[in-house]
Design a protein around this ligand. Sequence first.
Ligand SMILES: NC(=O)c1ccc[n+]([C@@H]2O[C@H](COP(=O)([O-])OP(=O)(O)OC[C@H]3O[C@@H](n4cnc5c(N)ncnc54)[C@H](O)[C@@H]3O)[C@@H](O)[C@H]2O)c1
Length: 486
Amino acid sequence: MHTEHAYALPECRNLFYGGRFHVPQGGYGRTLNPATQEDLGPVSNANAADVDAAVQAAHLAFQSWRHTKPAVRAAALREFGNRLRTHAEELGFLDAINCGNPVREMAADVHFAATQVDYFAGLVHEAKGDTLPMGDGVLNYSVREPYGVVARIVAYNHPLMFLAAKLAAAVAAGNTVILKAATQAPLSAYRLATLLQDVFPPGVVNVLSGDTPCGQALVDHPLVKKVSLIGSTATGKSILRSAAEKVMPVSLELGGKNPLIICPEADMDKAIEGAVKGMNFTWAGQSCGSTSRCFVHRSVYDRVIKEMVQKISQLYRCGLPTDPATTMGCLVSKAQYEKVMSFIDSAHKEGARLVCGGVRPSDKALDNGWFVTATVFADVTPAMRLFREEVFGPVLAVIPWDEEEDLLRMVNGLDFGLTASIWTKDLARAHRLASRVESGYVWINHVSAHFIGADFGGYKQSGLGREEGVSELLAWTQTKNVHVVL
Ligand SMILES: NC(=O)c1ccc[n+]([C@@H]2O[C@H](COP(=O)([O-])OP(=O)(O)OC[C@H]3O[C@@H](n4cnc5c(N)ncnc54)[C@H](O)[C@@H]3O)[C@@H](O)[C@H]2O)c1
């Protein structure tokens, strides 16, 4: 706690609900800087009693927030967006020091979150209903109403952005929200709570930190009417099972093992650049949308691999996440590091060909961190673990292909279906492949980017529901039909 940092670490690490911070009944744990193992101090571990207190506060706030004029809700959201922008550097720093992703990108995340908050502030009046033509003397209309208290549980790779951006649609629609910070990196969440303390009425936005028991207690609480998760498929399934007990709707943004397809006629320079960028090495590959299976047509296979490796060595070098010059951060924890290393191990054992990386960086300054260099394995086959399972680390699998039918069998042969990226100059092939890939978000001659207003979400076991567009707002409402005989 005595190391000099660019910004002060948050002083208050308690639970934020009902407009104030509360000492956790579940006690405290510790949080670390994954790049150095520096102890960054205590973090609250909310237990079921804490969750209940927060839910009661949110429930009380719902009684008035649901009737607050939409324009007033929008104004609060816009003020919140402005606060985010004003504190972007500081929040980005807190994420970098706590989750291991580079500070420059984490600050950009905060600005992106603010843009999403503004977007939903502008949509408040779109949570509207319909009327049905019924003839004289009868009026039939539907209204959209908020659910009540809802919970958002998030993953660690964009700790601040996932909390800040994703509260907006739920709050815009008139719900009150309990945010559960990422277990591994909650520091920015405490600062976020302070920043929003006087923006929303007490109890409208509440921020908890904790581990699985906190998330589970939120899912199980009878007054929590909807839960959304950004997390792994395993957690998504567990939440879905618990939600069944309450017949509660859920929204799930889950894992991926996303394909990037390079066709022989593609603009090869751009395709190679896309394949490298799509792996999100900056975040050490820790991104759900990472295109971690790269299918390269055999006629260009050797060239693509050679140039890909050159590009990676030019663009990505592990460095301390808090250094603005760093282009690639570290993994979030020892557990994640060991998982990534086990994939590298199994790829070797199963006969994949290592073409770069696969080791710790040689830089002594990084010796204490969970760093792994940008890694590419070629000649990966569908039988290998690296082909089938999400690594959530900097490990790219390259697979040769010859015929489109075989390609599609391999591409669609998994239970994941989040993103896909297709590189071709053949218009017919572009649309044919786009229509046949089983993914919820497809780029043609592009990769990685999200577009505000465009629905993001997964097919198959990569998720349920869509976010980032109007449908996210509507998903936080339920429809009531009213039939009036005049
Ligand atoms: N589709 C997307 O938009 C998206 C975005 C980012 C990350 N992810 C996925 O997230 C995963 C990595 O993140 P992670 O390791 O933090 O995921 P995780 O599933 O382990 O944890 C996510 C969150 O769920 C909570 N949680 C765990 N078990 C729970 C339970 N039984 N009930 C309620 N809450 C519970 C955790 O405390 C954490 O806050 C990857 O699979 C990645 O693909 C998906």
